[in-house]
Design a protein around this ligand. Sequence first.
Ligand code: TF8
Length: 338
Amino acid sequence: LVSVLLIVALAVALFTGCSSSTSTPEKKAEKRVIKVGIGLNEQSPQYKGLQKFKEIVERESKGRIEVQLFANSQLGDDTKMMTALRAGTLEMTCPSTAPISGLDKKWMVFDLPFLFPNEEIADKVLDGPIGQKFLDSLSQNGIKGIAFWENGYRQLTNSVKEVKTPDDVKGLKIRTMENPVHLAAFRALGANPTPMPFGELFTSLQQRIIDGQENPVTTIYLQKFYEVQKYATLTNHFYSPFVLMFSKKIWDTLPKEDQDIILKAGKEAGLYQRKINREMMKESLANLEKTGMVVTKLTPEQQKAFMDATKDVATKFEAEIGKELIQEVKAEIAKYAK
Ligand code: TF8
C-alpha cells in the first residue's frame, strides 16, 4: 500500500510539475478587457444590445477581447461615465444625445421637440452622412463615436393628473435629462422642469420630490415607474437617440484589427438593439396598461397642440446649435419624409 501511495504521489508531482513548467516560458497573450457602463437595468433593450455586442466582439476576436457589462448606473451617471471615457479610465458607455450637449452644444439638435416624424426616418438620418459627421466630431472631446442606437420616443408620466393638453402640464414638477432644450421645451409647456441624473429618479418620484418624468414606455415599465406614477401620456415629444461610444484615449492604443471588430460589432448590435427596442416598446405598452396605470393616447390633433406649444424652442437654440445645422438636419428629414 505504501508503495502504491508513493507512486501516486510521484505521478501527481510529475504531472503538476510538468504542466507548470510548460506554461511558464510562453506567457499567454494578455486578454483585453472592455468595460461598458449604462444607467438602465439588465432587462432593458439597451443591455440586450450590449449582450449582442459582447457576443460578437468575443467571437470575432476569438476570445482575445473580453467585454464586461455594468448596468444600473453602477459606474456612475451618463455624464460621469463620459468624463471617465475622456480620461481613459472607462472604455465604453451609451448615453442619450441629451447629456452629450454638455460637451458640445450642436448635439442639442437631436433633442429638439418632435424632430423625427418616425423611427425609420431617424434611422436613415442617423446612419447617413449627417450622423457620421456627428459621431466623428466627438473626437474633439476625447470620444470615439461608434454608432447610434435607440432609446425611443419619450413619453410623459406624473402622479398628479391625467394629461391630455399642454395646459394640463402647467405647474407640474418634471424631472428632465440634463439638457437645455429639454428644460426650454418643458418651460414652454408651463411645467417646472428639474434636471437630475437617471439614477436618482425613482427615489425622487417615490418621495414626491417631483411629480413626473419622461422616458420611453419600456423604461417606464422595466424600471417600475408605474409603481410611483399613476398617469402616462403618449406624447412622443423627444427622440434623443443613444450613442454607443468609446474612450478615444484607449481606442488610439488598440490595433487596427481590434478597432475594426469593435466598430463592426457596435453597428451590427445596434441594428439588433433597435429591432428589439421596437418590439419591447409594444410589449411594454400592453404591460403598462395591465399595471393599472392610466395610459392616455393622443389624437393627431391633441398631439399637434403639444407641437404648437413647443414650436418656438428650435428658434431659441439657433445660435447655440447653428442655424445652418438645424436646417441641414431638417432638410434631410424632409427628404426621407416624402
Ligand atoms: C434618462 C435616459 C436614460 C439613459 C440611461 C440612464 O432618462 O432616458 O434612459 O440615458 O443611460 O436619463
